[in-house]
Ligand binder design. Structure first.
Ligand code: SF4
Length: 95
């Protein structure tokens, strides 16, 4: 018999080592770029939000799964996307 585990439970098994310097940044002046708004909807970690001025904010990078979805959706003209320094960031524990 196989055991099922839901997505939140799987993500709860991951370990996040703090990143000293954020490895993903919104490029200056791009906070209102329409391409950036997709990140609010698609980031599986829910790290992007939109403020009352219509600007997209990436308040923290803690919890980033390093999936690259925001990089593909928004483009490198909008996001400065890099992998975190070695030994930091997410350590996936369940596949
Ligand atoms: Fe969210 Fe993935 Fe982008 Fe990290 S890499 S901020 S988890 S979409």
């Amino acid at each position: 018999m196989s055991e099922t585990v839901d997505l939140k439970a799987k993500l709860g098994l991951d370990v996040f080592k703090p990143v000293a310097i954020p490895h993903i940044k919104i490029r200056p002046g791009m906070e209102k770029d329409p391409r950036l708004k997709s990140a609010v909807r698609i980031c599986p970690a829910g790290l992007y939000s939109e403020n009352e001025n219509g600007e997209v904010v990436l308040a923290t990078i803690d919890g980033c799964l390093e999936c690259g979805t925001c990089r593909i959706a928004c483009g490198i003209e909008v996001l400065d996307w890099n992998h975190p320094e070695g030994g930091t960031g997410v350590q996936l524990r369940f596949g």
